[in-house]
Ligand binder design. Structure first.
Ligand code: UD1
Ligand code: CA
Length: 452
């Protein structure tokens, strides 16, 4: 049986923020949410989150994110150190006899596989404690782990408590520990705060437990702890590197990956090409052969196969196969564009369904509208959908052509095979198969001149 405890009571002074550190956001989730997710695969029998500084905010945020889940919140009223935090569990885990996995709430990038390996080793070796370590090129700020020749941990010394010689040891404590809980519970009350910060350190327990074994993490990027905003930015880069590396391995081309961001919720098929300065967010899926960017933002949208999106913004929308979007188009609020369409320069689509092989190539606003197939929307056509109070719908039938600069005043239905003359303001429904003209006749007055 395993219980998981997450240390989330600290303020995170170095963040210079009113928000508790563990609620800072990284790639769409709070830090503590990442930590909870990394431990989910272990199916722990209990999950205890130790909260303190602005504890109600941490608690509210987690209960909102995970309604109905059995998270237990344990209050650490004063933040007297990581060991003091774990001491708060004593009354809650009185009858618990299994292992306790302790995770720092500010170590968000742990892979579930790493935790599984740690737990497996802990059980196999029958350790009193097993701790995750890493050899860092730059270990500044981390606690240093000192082992004997058998890899048994003798002590952990915080960076600030290290002598110059001890600082030469680059093996660091990741802040991830598995303890035999009854053994830990027995020695927890004896912790002393005899260190530079005068805090009760969880790391001091290793001196009183035996055996304590260390295990190195495969990829040291995983164990990065977030203490300040620079760390947060660096963690974002690491996450992005992983997401992008995985998509490249799966057959996606990224041109200038450093200039691209991709949320981990996005789904791509092989042979998608992502051009520079492109950002893919939320529940977005893109089918094979599509080329997105440069300079595009796609959010919560479904993009078909062989679509191109050039310098455009697409949110909460769908685009079918072989359609070309942009440059400089804006699709939003459930724009649903068919196959083989062209949505061109400075066109905005909002809550609009567009049939297959329809073109809206230049300078249009099409909102709250249903367009049939093979419609040609002339340059500058506007659906006037808003009367100042309510939004109204426009319907345009198959093969209809609207002339340049026509205004369709909604609610309105224009039939199939209609031609609307350029510059028309159409206020009444138009039947199938006709020409509609709604503009003043041009008047020419021969010989007319302004009087001097
Ligand atoms: C801690 C470890 C250090 C390790 C590093 C890894 C200790 C003494 N040191 O240092 O060896 O290399 O993590 O990232 O444990 N917290 C509480 N209550 C408290 C104090 C802290 O819940 O009273 C929580 C914080 O919210 C945070 C976590 O514990 O999520 C770690 O605290 P932090 O102050 O960041 O410890 P580090 O100095 O980074
Ligand atoms: Ca930390």
């Amino acid at each position: 049986m395993v219980a998981v405890a997450i240390l989330a009571a600290g303020r995170g002074t170095r963040m210079k923020s009113d928000l508790p550190k563990v609620l800072h956001e990284l790639g769409g989730r709070s830090l503590v949410q990442w930590v909870l997710e990394s431990a989910r695969g272990l199916r722990p029998s209990r999950r205890l989150v130790i909260v303190g500084y602005e504890g109600h905010r941490v608690r509210n945020s987690l209960t909102e994110t995970y309604p109905g889940e059995d998270l237990e919140f344990v209050e650490q009223k004063e933040q007297l150190g990581t060991g003091h935090a774990i001491q708060q569990l004593l009354p809650h885990l009185e009858d618990f006899t299994g292992d306790l996995l302790v995770l720092n709430g500010d170590v968000p990038l742990l892979r579930p596989e790493t935790l599984e390996q740690l737990m497996d080793l802990h059980k196999k070796q029958g350790n009193a404690a097993t701790i995750l370590t890493a050899n860092l090129p730059n270990p500044t700020g981390y606690g240093r782990v000192f082992c004997d020749s058998q890899n048994r941990v003798k002590q952990i010394v915080e960076h600030r408590d290290c002598t110059d010689a001890q600082k030469q040891n680059h093996r660091i404590n990741a802040g991830v520990y598995c303890f035999n809980w009854p053994a830990l519970a027995k020695i927890l009350p004896d912790l002393k705060a005899d260190n530079d910060q005068q805090e009760y350190y969880l790391t001091d327990t290793v001196r009183h437990l035996s055996p304590v074994m260390a295990v190195d993490v495969d990829d040291f990027r995983e164990i990065m702890g977030i203490n300040n905003r620079r760390h947060l930015a660096a963690a974002h880069d690491i996450l992005q590197d992983w997401v992008k590396e995985a998509w490249m391995d799966a057959g996606v081309t990224l041109i200038d990956p450093d200039s691209i961001t991709i949320d981990d919720t996005v789904k791509l098929e092989a042979d998608v090409i992502i051009e520079p300065q492109t950002h893919l967010r939320g529940q977005t899926a893109i089918r094979s052969g599509s080329r997105i960017g440069p300079g595009s933002l796609i959010e919560n949208s479904q993009i078909g196969a062989n679509v191109t999106v050039l310098y455009s913004v697409v949110s909460n929308s769908a685009i079918a196969d072989n359609t070309r979007i942009g440059p400089y188009a804006h699709l939003r609020g459930h724009a649903d564009v068919g196959a083989g369409c062209r949505i061109g320069n400075f066109v905005e689509l909002k809550n609009a369904t567009v049939g297959d092989r329809t073109n809206i190539a230049h300078l249009s606003y099409i909102g709250d509208a249903t367009l049939g197939q093979q419609v040609n929307v002339g340059a500058g056509t506007i659906t006037a959908n808003y009367d100042g109070v309510k939004k109204h719908h426009t319907t345009i039938g198959d093969r209809t052509k609207t002339g340049s600069n026509s205004v369709l005043v909604a609610p309105i239905t224009v039939g199939e095979d209609v031609t609307i003359a350029a510059g028309s303001v159409i206020t009444d429904d138009v039947p199938d198969d006709c020409l509609a003209i709604a503009r003043e006749h041009q008047t020419v007055k021969p010989g007319w001149r302004l009087k001097p």
